[in-house]
Design a protein around this ligand. Structure first.
Ligand SMILES: Nc1ncnc2c1ncn2[C@@H]1O[C@H](COP(=O)(O)OP(=O)(O)OP(=O)(O)O)[C@@H](O)[C@H]1O
Length: 353
């Protein structure tokens, strides 16, 4: 189901606005993550999609239908939370069948459907166990199967992996992607973990302080961040940032004068700082001093001092000594300028916002 927010705002108490004028469309059949720091309004956005919370102003559409006034039941959404919320006294199969029982589906039919779902989420060999006898990952699979039982219009997942250990999180995020692709159900996934969002989503909505910063693919967020917040939030290691006044290097050959005049901040991805000149792709050479250097496996990180400011690069070919002087060549791809509002005004693909 396609979901559209038109100018949706929300205040819990009528005074403080938590979400401001959200406008977006989640395309049918896609997996979209809502990503942002703690308290930015991710769960609140999901609750408004579910119908558990009504917007203070604006409209919500499922397809062409205005559902702003419909409750959660009428919207037919399936929800999964981080604490699974399975019924402890029921078996796995009974848990999956439960929503169908409530919907008065006949017993043989609901058993057949629950068995299909148990297979889909790979718990078919656990169906007679109680949730307490399952691992966290298995419980999460059951919770997803239960949410899918009534063939929901949408599958909504609120931080579903946060109670799992690191290895299981990776396994389960791949599983959520597989289940979403096998069922084709439009899925909306709330997370504060960029790695999780970048790995499984078709599109990512980045929220900060109740404002939508950008809604695009993982690749576009990284290559064409619309503003400084997104540039800093997406990417590991984090992008280097400097005030333009602290950037001691020649840019006028590559950056138009009117843009340079508006620039307030500089963003340089760690991989855009190389120790060799690559001709046309190099936009400036800068003088630095090595502070730290680490090399192990595929990781190469050098911490550098650049006129009193710190820079990090991942692209050093040769071994370095502390306090060594080093000329770095700034690559065009991975170099950005931002104006006083933080908007990207140079770098990346100019027409992608
Ligand atoms: N029921 C409520 N009543 C009043 N304020 C609330 C309520 N629920 C959330 N808030 C406030 O709304 C803001 C957004 O909360 P929300 O839970 O949507 O953020 P979040 O991005 O999901 O955060 P987290 O990642 O920490 O769960 C926060 O400032 C929070 O304190």
């Amino acid at each position: 189901m396609e979901v559209t927010f038109k100018d949706v705002s929300l205040s819990y108490d009528g005074t403080r606005e938590i979400l401001h004028h959200l406008n977006f469309t989640i395309p049918e059949g896609t997996l979209v993550s809502i990503l942002g720091p703690s308290g930015c309004g991710k769960s609140t956005t999901l609750m408004m999609i579910s119908g558990l919370l009504a917007p203070t102003s604006g409209k919500i559409f499922f397809g062409d239908k205005d559902v702003t006034k419909q409750d959660a039941l009428a919207r037919k959404v399936g929800m999964v939370f981080q604490n699974y919320a399975l019924y402890p006294h029921l078996t796995v199969l009974e848990n999956i069948m439960f929503p169908l029982k409530m919907a008065k589906v006949k017993k043989p039919e609901r058993k057949k459907r629950a068995l299909e779902l148990a297979k889909l989420v790979h718990v078919e060999d656990q169906i007679n166990k109680k949730p307490g006898a399952l691992s966290g990952g298995q419980q999460q699979r059951v919770a997803i199967a239960r949410a899918l039982a009534k063939e929901p219009s949408l599958l909504l997942l609120d931080e579903p992996l946060s109670n799992l250990d690191a290895r299981l999180r990776i396994e389960m995020r791949e599983e959520i992607r597989r289940i979403q692709q096998e069922t084709g159900v439009t899925t909306i996934f709330v997370t504060h973990d960029q790695d999780e969002a970048l790995h499984i989503s078709d599109h990512i909505m980045v929220l900060n302080n109740g404002d939508m910063q950008q809604f695009s693919s993982a690749e576009t967020l990284y290559d064409n961040p619309s503003n400084l917040f997104v540039a800093k939030f997406i990417g590991e290691p984090v992008i280097n940032t400097l005030a333009i006044a602290d950037f001691q290097g020649e840019l006028d050959q590559h950056v138009p004068a009117d843009i340079l005049k508006q620039a307030v901040s500089v963003g340089i991805r760690p991989e855009a700082l190389q120790d060799h000149d690559s001709g046309d792709d190099t936009i400036a050479a800068i003088e630095t001093t090595v502070k730290e250097f680490e090399k192990y496996g595929r990781e190469k990180n050098a911490q550098l001092d650049f006129h009193g400011k710190k820079l990090l690069t991942t692209e050093i070919e040769n071994t370095l000594e502390k306090e060594q002087k080093l000329t770095l060549y700034l690559q065009k791809s991975g170099f950005y300028l931002f104006d006083q509002d933080g908007k990207r005004i140079f770098g990346g693909d100019q027409d992608v916002k």
